[in-house]
Design a protein around this ligand. Structure first.
Ligand code: DQA
Length: 142
């Protein structure tokens, strides 16, 4: 089994970026935790980040047939990107939307997700643990 973790814009700045909202754990530390979990469960993972919408679209498209599940923190593109939503639908890879913060408890513009309707479920508000929870959810999808 192979799971792809994709991370959108500004998530490369985790650790320094608004720590009161996103915590002090860096993306590399989250990746290390997921890799440890994956090893213990005999699952393969890839873990990528891009600030570019088109690059994320391409990676989602290429997940088809190459990964069993996709865990996607689309960051700000969650709230704006028809292109990411269409890519998830086109690829057909079972996708879990995740967020570190509880987007429903934040500004109104973060309440709407364009990608949620084409995802299998949403995990939000658990800080870096959202990634570990999504890992378990992704395993249970297949
Ligand atoms: C985020 C929430 C988004 O609203 C925001 O734009 C992000 C991070 C989160 O993980 O909490 O960049 O996806």
């Amino acid at each position: 089994m192979k799971i792809l973790f994709l991370n959108g814009p500004n998530l490369n700045m985790l650790g320094q970026r608004e720590p009161e909202i996103y915590g002090r754990t860096t993306l590399s530390e989250i990746e290390a935790t997921i890799r440890r979990l994956a090893k213990s469960r005999g699952v393969e993972v890839d873990f990528w980040q891009s600030n570019l919408e088109g690059e994320l679209v391409t990676w989602i498209q290429e997940s088809a047939g190459n990964f069993d599940a996709l865990v996607l923190n689309a960051a700000a593109y969650t709230h704006t990107s028809v292109a990411l939503r269409d890519a998830i639908s086109a690829a057909g890879t079972p996708t879990i939307e995740i967020h570190l913060s509880n987007t429903a408890a934040r500004e109104e513009f973060r309440h709407r997700s364009l990608i949620a309707p084409v995802c299998r479920g949403v995990i939000a508000g658990f800080g870096s643990m959202s990634y570990s929870l999504a890992f378990e959810a992704a395993i249970s999808l297949t």
